[in-house]
Ligand binder design. Structure first.
Ligand code: ADP
Ligand code: MN
Length: 177
């Protein structure tokens, strides 16, 4: 095999995509299936105060990229992490062996975000983010093309299929090392 060239015993996977595409759902299912460590960047930032305050306009914490990267460096070097975040351009390129961009059909995403309580500009911004494939473009610009994959996340069946194929890939990594 040629894809295991990081020297890590277990791979690091980044799961990214527009808010609501199902990153946390899939990352936790994959973590359960494989015992890899699920790192939800949003939760980590809140818990460890890795931010520069609250952004009133965008209604989210202003993530401090340096603090986040310093916090994670040792774990990422060790390997075996599933990182879950709606952004990917500030992590070091060398951290990841695979980058998964989740994609959801617009009307499905619209309903999910509405259920989450999003409305107005916040809702529109996120739907546009999905339409213009912002995260896919960001991933392609930030990582080698051959490690970036898109996966559908419209239905629970999609989650199961994605978890199953990623679990297979993780298992083959273990035996290839
Ligand atoms: P994200 O972490 O990307 O913001 P979540 O994992 O929190 O997204 O999912 C948002 C909502 O959509 C949750 O209610 C979750 O149960 C649901 N959901 C996520 N992925 C799917 C899917 N593939 N099929 C059906 N529902 C999903
Ligand atoms: Mn999430």
């Amino acid at each position: 095999r040629t894809d295991n060239n990081s020297g890590r015993k277990k791979p690091n996977i980044l799961i990214t995509g527009t808010p609501g595409t199902g990153k946390t759902t899939m990352a936790s299912a994959l973590s359960e299936a494989t015992q890899l460590r699920h790192i939800n960047i949003g939760d980590l930032v809140k818990e460890k105060n890795l931010h520069d305050g609250w952004d009133e306009k965008f209604e989210c914490y202003i993530l401090n990229e340096d603090l986040v990267c310093d916090e994670l460096e040792d774990l990422m070097e060790e390997g075996g992490n599933i990182v879950d975040y709606h952004g990917c351009d500030f992590f070091p390129e060398r951290w990841f062996d695979r980058v998964v961009v989740l994609q959801t059909e617009n009307s499905v995403l619209y309903d999910r975000l509405t259920r989450r309580g999003y409305s107005g500009t916040k809702l529109t911004n996120n739907i546009e983010c999905e339409i213009f494939q912002v995260l896919l473009e960001e991933a392609k610009e930030s990582y080698p093309e051959e490690i970036v994959f898109t996966m559908r996340s419209d239905t629970i069946e999609d989650v199961n299929n994605n978890v199953s194929s990623l679990s297979d890939w993780i298992r083959s990594w273990n035996t290839a090392a």
